[in-house]
Design a protein around this ligand. Structure first.
Ligand SMILES: Cc1cc2nc3c(=O)[nH]c(=O)nc-3n(C[C@H](O)[C@H](O)[C@H](O)COP(=O)(O)OP(=O)(O)OC[C@H]3O[C@@H](n4cnc5c(N)ncnc54)[C@H](O)[C@@H]3O)c2cc1C
Length: 360
């Protein structure tokens, strides 16, 4: 670490995009001793702020390949980063465990098989007679749920995470520019980025963390990169039924890939959908609750008190996420689709090693 600080002390890195991916990179690279500037015109209106913050690492049903390796790395790094960030916000935490439920018997059998093949992952089958399942069945008026519980997975509050990294970045005097970058070019060995307001930012390297926006800044003739927008929506339901206490439910769980986060005894968040579009659909409630045939009274469309969406970028023709060195001094870090919060530590770790090849 000391060696790096000495060699790279004066290298200036521009990070374009301040979602979780941009901010995590800024955090790790700043700790390594680089000078960082972040540019983003809309730092609170992005996919990261819309996210639910579930960290589905250990219950990922593969044990090899790049996606698993990235998850494994994030699983390992998250506790270290939480400990570090707690210096800036002691309440930041990952709330465990995480529960995954299904109404599909075949899917349940696959999950059970996966658990018996992976005894070290700290997972357990939840059968229909488990008290947790019985309570969920009762509240949702269903009777065919089964699933698994992961004691090592959980949820981090994404807004609190982003704000905590902001406190860190401010304490390090990281330069933040409220600017949209519209052009990047390399002149001799220096990168010049031009913003919409005609500011010019000189840097030794650029990291593109601007999701779909990255496509506008790179030469697509030289780089065959395709990204598709995938909209994710969430709703908040507020109820006033004496006999239902939403806090009797687990802190976070999923049923047929829809996520549930009880907020207090009368409020629950449900998300998220998967729409290959940039405009939200109207039938969001139906889509998020389609697993309940006879909906209980409390689960009512008219009880939606808030809804929001975020646009995620999904790579086409290659796996998510895209982590690539495009040319000397230019790194692409995009296409995080459903797992940007989970994978941010593994990706910033990759970048912090990769950047050395660019600046040596
Ligand atoms: C409803 C919903 C629920 C989700 N739930 C989870 C979950 O439970 N767990 C999980 O891990 N992930 C989840 N995700 C996915 C996760 O939110 C994304 O993968 C992650 O936020 C991607 O982060 P990012 O930093 O790449 O992109 P973003 O957060 O979208 O940030 C990109 C930033 O780039 C900026 N930008 C764009 N163009 C430019 C430019 N030219 N100049 C400067 N700045 C620019 C934008 O303003 C934006 O702030 C969810 C997403 C949604 C929508």
């Amino acid at each position: 670490m000391k060696e790096l600080k000495k060699n790279f002390k004066n290298s200036h890195i521009l990070i374009i995009g301040s979602g979780i991916v941009g901010k995590f990179n800024a955090l790790e690279l700043s700790e390594k001793g680089f000078q960082i500037t972040i540019a983003d015109p809309q730092k609170s209106k992005n996919s990261s702020n819309a996210s639910l913050g579930l960290l589905i690492g250990h219950m990922y049903q593969k044990s090899k390949g790049r996606s698993w390796e990235l998850r494994k790395k994030s699983n390992e790094l998250w506790p270290k980063w939480i400990k570090f960030l707690q210096q800036y916000n002691e309440s930041l935490n990952i709330e465990k465990p995480l529960i995954q439920l299904t109404t599909d018997q075949r899917k349940f059998e696959k999950l059970s098989q996966f658990i018996s093949n992976n005894p070290k992952r700290d997972l357990q089958v939840l059968k229909s007679e488990s008290p947790i399942i019985k309570n969920i069945n009762k509240i949702f008026n269903i009777n065919n749920l089964k699933g698994i519980i992961s004691y090592q997975d959980g949820r981090i509050n994404p807004i609190s995470l982003l704000k905590t990294i902001d406190i860190y970045l401010k304490s390090k005097n990281i330069n933040f520019m409220n600017e949209e970058i519209i052009k990047i070019q390399k002149i001799k060995n220096q990168w010049i980025s031009t913003s919409k307001n005609k500011f010019e930012i000189k840097s030794d390297a650029i990291i593109l963390c601007n999701s779909l926006g990255a496509l506008k800044l790179i030469d697509l003739n030289r780089n065959d990169i395709k990204l598709k927008p995938v909209l994710g929506q969430a709703i908040e339901i507020s109820i006033n039924e004496k006999e239902i206490n939403l806090l009797s439910l687990p802190k976070h769980f999923s049923i047929n890939n829809k996520n549930f986060l009880p907020i207090n005894k009368n409020k629950i968040i449900i998300g998220s959908t998967d729409e290959y579009d940039i405009k939200p659909k109207e039938n969001i409630f139906e889509e998020l609750t389609d697993f309940v045939e006879h909906k209980p009274q409390w689960l009512d469309k008219n009880k939606i008190t808030s809804k929001w969406f975020g646009i995620r970028s999904r790579p086409e023709g290659e796996a998510s996420p895209i982590l690539k060195s495009l040319e000397k001094g230019l790194i692409l870090c995009t296409g995080f689709y459903k797992n940007g919060i989970l994978l941010a530590p593994a990706c910033s770790n990759w970048i912090s090693n990769e950047i050395e090849n660019h600046l040596l």
